[in-house]
Structures are given as C-alpha cells and as structure tokens.
Design a protein around this ligand. Sequence first.
Ligand code: KDG
Length: 333
Amino acid sequence: MTRMQDKDSHADVDEAKTFDLVTLGEALVQLNATTPGPLRQARSFEVHAAGSELNVGVAAARLGLRVQWIGALGADGFGDMVLSAIRAEGIDASSVVRTSEAPTGVFFVERGYPSEGYSSSYYYRAGSAGSRLSADDLQLSNGSGTIVHVSGISIAVSPMLAGAVHAAVADARRSGALASFDVNFRSRLWSADEARPEIERALAQSDVAFCSLADARSLWGVDNPTDAADLLAGFGPSLIAVSCGADGALLREADAPDVVAEAVPTRVLDPTGAGDAFCATVLTGVVRRWPMELALQRACVAGSMVCGVLGDQAGAPTLDELVRAADGTWVHR
Ligand code: KDG
C-alpha cells in the first residue's frame, strides 16, 4: 500500500507544534428540521453547532487530533452555545473573537426534499459576527499548527473574512505548516463565475485540496474524479481528494498511483457535514501517516456515518468507533 509521503518542505507530524490542526472559518448555529419535507411545513428543529471548518475541527478532534478553531462569534446566546460545543470537544478556543456588534449566524436545513437523501441549506448570516473576522483579529506568526485548514465558504462570506483566511494561510505556510483547502462551492453565497478565480487563487496557496465532484462540475465542467484531480493538481496542491458521494472517492498524492475507495451504502437522512468528516479523516491520516488506502476508506466510512443522523457533527465518529465501523467489527448487541 502506498503510504502518504513525507514532504521535504513540510513536517507532516510535528511534535513541536501546539496543534495538529488549526481550522479557521465561520461557525453557525444550525436549525435542522426534525421532519423531512419542505421548510414551510417544518414545525420543529434540532439545534446544532455547525459551519464547515468547525465541523472539520470537531471530526478531527474526535479522531484524536489536537485542534484549534479560529473564528468570531456574537456575544449572544447562540455564540455561547457554539463556544460550549467547541470546548466540549476539547478544541482550543483561545483565539475565538466575541463581538456584541453582530449576531452569530444561523442557517436552516430542509431535509429529504425534493427527494430522499438530499438536504438544502438556507442562510441567515449576512453581516454576522463570523463574517467580520479580519486579519487584524488574528494572532499571527505563532505558526501553531501542523496543518491549517480553510475553505471556499470563508472566502465567499465576506472580503474581510477572505482577508483573514489568506493572512492565516500565508502565516502558516511561512512557519512550515501544510495548507489545506476545501473548495466547498456554495452557490447561495456566490456564482460560479465569481467563485472560480478566488478558488483557483486559494488552491495555488494550498498543499492539500478537497473538492467534491459536484463542485468540480459546477466550477470547471469536469465530470470524472481523475480529470478533477488533474485539474486541481494543476493549481499546485500535492495531495488531492475528490469525493463523489455515493460513488466513493479518489485520493492522489504526487508521484504515487491514484487510490480509490467505495462509498458505504447508507440510508441518508442528512448529508450536510459528511464532506467535512471525510476531510477531517484524510487530514488525520496525513498527521498519523496512515497508508493512503486506509485513510481514504476510513474517510468514506466517516462521511457515511454523518449522513445517517441529523446535525453536521453528531455522527462524526471517535477513532475507536471509526475503526470498528470500517473493519466491520462493530458489536450491535
Ligand atoms: O459542510 C457543511 C456546511 O455547509 C454547513 O455546516 C454550513 O458552513 C456552512 C455553509 O456555509 O454552508
């Protein structure tokens, strides 16, 4: 099996770093409809902490990584709730900014509509606290993480947050960290034409890239995982993961043969957040130097576990759970 290669210029495992993974972005409160169907018919909602980069942090922390999350929250009850959720996972929140000038952003999830297995997100986040994090809010030059992870969502949300993302990534790379980027195209935040150049710029500053085949199709018209990996590699990243939902995933590391894995058949109640658990598992594989095949197989299993329950983070497994689920050694009774 191919092992994730050591990088000459970057430390995959660096005990001198305070954190294995630093993620930066906007955390949101998610109101997830408890019943499937159109949002106009929903009468009750489950409340969860969410936001893609935080989801990645939570999933990685459950797998045993030392994680820091950076972002801004409102000085409101929802901000308190998200902060408690972060701390409950053992994630470092010492760089979280609180502000009374704007509220914590919210989004609603409509499930199982227009058909089973699909979810849609409706954002109420314009002007939110999270969108106001700026480069000035960051405590840069601490180079505290082995990997820094960001996504296209934070670049889309506001120019201010985009500036913070670019500053954090540049700082992390200066300190020898790996920069990880998930394309995470959200068409409710910006158009494909607006997103493409910004995402390509971010990819050019990344060592690790994640992209769903659906996003590669929307942004670049690519329609298979190999072509998507070719395209993403052309921007610069040396480790690329392309996720294809029910059709599995592909992992490419420079100078190594592509690795593919099948998805785990599952009844999808809410796929929101599945890509984040997938991403966190691949990144955990990088830190722990799992063989590529193992990292990808586990990533697909972790994604499927999130799909089976409501909430982006609720189904993200601990390492022990993931191993048992992936090995088929889970004891049911
Ligand atoms: O990946 C899940 C995210 O889409 C969700 O948590 C909300 O961050 C979010 C976003 O902007 O879509």
